[in-house]
Design a protein around this ligand. Sequence first.
Ligand code: ATR
Length: 285
Amino acid sequence: MINAKTKLCCLLGNPVEHSFSPMIHNTLAEHMNRNLAYTAFRVDENQLESAVAGAKALGILGMNITVPHKCNVIPYLVEIDPLAKSIGAVNTLVSTEGGYKGYNTDMIGLGRQLEEEGIVLKDNDVIILGAGGASRAITYLCASKGARIIWLLNRTKSTAQTLAHEVNEQFGQVVVPLTLEEFHEIPQGKYPVIQTSSVGLHPHTDEAPIMDPQFYQLVSQGVDIIFNPSNTRFMQLCQAAGAPAYNGLKMLLYQGVAAFELWNQVEVPKELTDQILLRLEKEIQ
Ligand code: ATR
């Protein structure tokens, strides 16, 4: 029941109409007995600064930031989590003295998903496909968790090289940039593979960034950050090579759970997260 004591959290982005975040957060609030409501606001680029200032003036507890504002919102924050700063993108703002502090819970979300699937990054090698915005957060995550070698494969090698250079400056020589075709340079073995490119997204469901079945012999577990379709071509190719594969739905849910926990200083129980995951699975069918 919304009343005069209800706290508000919200999403800022453009567009926002198809977001699952209101469903995730309102369900969490209801089951965690929080007097909190969550809604979404479509905000134009030129209104972003006033939107953040206005939210603070209204006492909005926390916000999620989505495309296209994840980088542009940074100048309007009073503080930023160090890893989010390195990534250069935030998706969660938490109200603090005088303004908002920015975090990147996309990365926290993927970290949780990998942990749950039994994918250990520390001292292990990992393959990442794609070097765009999503890959930035994921490459930083793998480096910060102590991965030994990160094979970063991208269609455009120079983009992979730029990201590799940046991450290596902070974490030592961990990232090796390659083109997609250069997967032959990776030593024989089994590696977790995280697919971060936009290839395979609905409606291009027949596509994967690498189609050569030989590549998939390198896969121990495959994680695609795409969740629509729920079983991407990349995942099918992993499965055909005998490797389990997971879509990006958990990452989506866990970034939300991590934000909810930051705003409310609580820990969300796994049973509740599992319940919401089932609901999300039904919604995207
Ligand atoms: P996001 O923020 O979702 O990561 P992005 O920054 O536009 O989106 O990045 C898209 C990623 O998908 C990039 O790695 C891109 O490769 P390039 O750097 O070569 O552009 C990759 N990508 C997009 N279309 C592709 C295609 N048809 N084949 C291979 N890679 C593709």
